[in-house]
Design a protein around this ligand. Structure first.
Ligand code: 13P
Length: 277
């Protein structure tokens, strides 16, 4: 138990017909809440930090906290860098002991995405770390600064990408987007099914916030093995903190700290239970 490789976790999920929840964290309370939920359910998780969030959650502070939390956990936890684009930051997290990185080359043409992903794979290999690649474009972005237009993954491109780059996990775009959906997304589960038939890799679903239980179940049944959740847990933490402040005549940091942990923990727990089927 404790800090482990993402590839191993996803292989286990494939055998068990489950998916592993990958929870974005941005401060100590989120880390504590995520670990508490995983330990209580005796279930592995992926704890991840998105490159786009580093302005709020500095890498040099977050990375040691995440790695140490995983090392001391009673369950297996992979520590992952989400939507990495900068080679400098990817190298840095690997030095800090992250066991997995995503290289997000989804905005590059296919050939360039393959070449850049391959370079990251050779870099990560030196650290024994796993690599997640992406093909197709997921809507919005992790950080909410731009609104990428959804580009559904073409399963034949996924096959080319996987054959030529060979990542440990593959994120696909099926109409999903980051953040809260303004209108219900048009998810194309046929893309999950078709890609899973062609590509022998664990598939990743980004933009988990706002999807229904039924969406998750269908996606997992058809081949999704890692589900990314960020906004939903941030919102749960914020609401619990607000409730604490609203109901407490003389609020203090320690009460607020507990409320934040509780809000994050509850939402992570709901998701883990769902992904475990
Ligand atoms: P949400 O914020 O929509 O849950 O997306 C999370 C995500 O995909 C992180 O990469």
């Amino acid at each position: 138990m404790s800090l482990c490789n993402m590839k191993t976790l996803l292989a286990g999920a494939r055998t068990d017909g489950k998916a592993i929840g990958a929870f974005n964290v941005g401060n100590m309370e989120m880390i504590l809440g995520a670990v508490k939920a995983a330990e209580e359910l005796n279930s592995p998780i992926i704890m991840q930090l998105a490159e786009k969030r580093l302005s709020h959650s500095p890498l040099d502070l977050m990375a040691p906290m995440m790695v140490n939390a995983a090392k001391h956990a009673k369950v297996d936890i992979a520590v992952h860098f989400d939507h990495g684009v900068s080679v400098q930051n990817i190298s840095k997290v690997l030095e800090y002991g992250f066991t997995s990185v995503m290289f997000d080359g989804s905005l590059f043409p296919l050939k360039e995405n393959i070449l850049k992903t391959r370079d990251i794979i050779s870099l990560a290999k030196r650290y024994g770390a796993s690599v997640e690649g992406e093909i197709g474009v997921v809507g919005g972005n992790e950080g909410g600064t731009v609104d990428h237009i959804i580009e559904y993954t073409r399963p034949e491109d996924a096959l080319t990408f996987f054959t030529e780059a060979n990542p440990d996990a593959l994120a696909i775009a099926i109409g999903n987007a980051h953040g809260n959906y303004a209108v219900a997304p048009k998810l194309r589960f046929d893309i999950v099914e078709e890609t899973a038939k062609l590509v022998d890799a664990p598939l990743v679903l980004h933009g988990g916030t706002g999807l229904t239980e039924e969406d998750f179940k269908t996606a997992i049944r058809l081949g999704i093995k890692k589900v990314n959740i960020a906004t939903s847990c941030y919102d749960a933490l914020t609401l619990e903190a607000k409730n604490y402040l609203d109901r407490t005549p003389s609020p203090n940091y320690f009460g607020l700290n507990e409320a934040m942990i509780e809000g994050f923990y509850n939402r992570v727990k709901q998701h883990i239970s769902l992904f475990n089927g």
